[in-house]
Ligand binder design. Sequence first.
Ligand code: NAD
Length: 252
Amino acid sequence: MNLSDVKIIVTGAASGMGRAFSLMLARDGAAVMACDIDEAGLASLKEEAEGTLETCVADVTDEASVANLVETTVDALGGVNGVVNNAGIFRDALLVKKDRKTGDIRKMTMDEWQSVIDVDLTGPFLCTREVAAHIIESGGEGGVIVNISSVSRHGNRGQSNYSAAKAGLIADTKLWAEELSRHGIRVGAVAPGFIDTPILQGMPERMLEKMTAQIPLGRVGKPEEIYQAVKFVIECDYFTGRCIDVDGGVQV
Ligand code: NAD
């Protein structure tokens, strides 16, 4: 797809990678609907943006909110043919408990489990379902879904919730690619490694150093490096059902 033909929702757009994806997609010619629960963050994003970028406060875990998001996008952009499922949170047993060594499944609360599953897996399900239904029902000429997974999908200590959500997203990437291909809708995933966003900025220095030491390229990634993969998924008409790892070569 040419970016000039793309009318795309980016979820979790007020911060970190979603913010970078929104700004760069709009700069490169796509029409962007930036969504988040953070209203103030969206307002500052709109001020910063060049090109076509509209904003909508929406909670990806809420069915009615996502339906409203798609409706608002269609009104504001004159249609919608894509979504970047980027909104994500983590609630690690490892990080929030004092005794880090025992931060395993026994320490994870039901609330930690459910909140991450809701945002990181139910969110992409709802957004993809609504956008795909709109494309097909409006007789559109296909579209593209980009799921932001993570290197943690292989299983990361203390992250039963996050690893399950991000692995589930890869399974659904393959499934949705197959289910939606006859409607001209492609579905691809991008799995970042450790990327310099507010998520990492909240991490203790010692842990960050230990983590960086495991990355063959010797540094964390930048949001613009992940954008290169997101752009590829959107633009390459022969790409679907696969995941691109952009992680500095970190071993999993
Ligand atoms: P971030 O915390 O900077 O931004 C996440 C955004 O999602 C925030 O603006 C937040 O308000 C929004 N959000 C949270 N719950 C929401 C909801 N219910 N509805 C709508 N928006 C909601 O995070 P980031 O580091 O930019 O991460 C972006 C994505 O990349 C996430 O899916 C994350 O899991 C994934 N990821 C991040 C890293 C990393 O190292 N930063 C690595 C791998 C994968």
